[in-house]
Design a protein around this ligand. Sequence first.
Ligand SMILES: Nc1ncnc2c1ncn2[C@@H]1O[C@H](COP(=O)(O)OP(=O)(O)OP(=O)(O)O)[C@@H](O)[C@H]1O
Ligand SMILES: [Mg+2]
Length: 335
Amino acid sequence: MNHYFEIKDLKLSFKTYEGKKRVLDIEHLAFNKGEAYGLIGESGAGKTVLALTILKLLATPPALVESGQILFNGEDLLSKSENDMRLIRGKKISMIFQDPMSTLNPVFTVGEQLRQVIQHNRGVTKKEAHRMALETIDLVKLPDAKNLINKYPHELSGGQRQRIIIAIALSCGAELLIADEPTRNLDVTIQAGILKLIAELQRDLKVSVLFIANNPGLVSAVCNSVAILHQGKIVEKGTVREVLRQPVHPYTAALLSAIPRNKHEKIDLKKLMASGEAAGNGGCSYYSQCLKRQHKCQQTSPALQLINGSHFAACHLGVERSELNECSSLASKIS
Ligand SMILES: Nc1ncnc2c1ncn2[C@@H]1O[C@H](COP(=O)(O)OP(=O)(O)OP(=O)(O)O)[C@@H](O)[C@H]1O
Ligand SMILES: [Mg+2]
């Protein structure tokens, strides 16, 4: 089956003074047009590196793609030239960068910044770009666009700035939006507004979204499917219901347990992660922190294994769970 977006066997390293450092090792990740796909992982997991690799925005070297394909509408982005990528960035795939403050230029009004992007990508007149800029501000549900367009970034609140960044990302008709932690550094109520906006844009404009976050709660508000990234590897993936309601990988379980269920709950760190030595070569990357580690995890780390439906996990516990599922489905067929 051909997917709208698909990553196959992507291996990426950085050249460092200490040698080559593997940062991404993604076996498989795919989603369909119009879908909102979540990517969750702790700080340093490789989320931003992956987003930048999709848009070919990493400097090579130090980054080095060792193998793999990133297929978008059936075409491999990794084999595209810089000229081809210029026609894709903004027009087909857009990105909301992690740090909203550094995305906007402080010396231009938001209107000038929107107009420049629209004129550059769509080749329209200044007047037409101005009209389209006003329309895009309406699209991200910011009131009084005519007044707002003349303001400088520092005159806007954090939430307003983030909406302008989303407006810029969508201003050239991109069909895939990569949102790299778009609500980081925003307070909870503003966060909720931005999440609602992204969900509405995805539904109304049929934009596909790759939504990156370190908090599973944010992903479940926007996405249908999700992948969990740990040290550059996808350790679990499936629908939000499968992965976040019935996690198999202890890392996913730990991420979920780190969210307090009410304001009185105190998180017991001992129940969140173990401590110990890292596994050897070929062993599981989560071994040292895993509360359910077994002796075999030190030597081998299974590839993503089908658990049930579209639920996959790369864990020996998953292998056991999928064998159990197979037995029970066989038993139900017999009885
Ligand atoms: N230019 C570089 N050279 C060497 N290593 C790098 C370089 N850029 C990123 N890395 C490493 O790649 C890994 C992944 O970084 P990345 O920024 O993708 O993490 P992240 O998951 O986005 O984290 P956060 O949630 O904090 O944004 C980190 O270990 C980082 O140190
Ligand atoms: Mg990041």
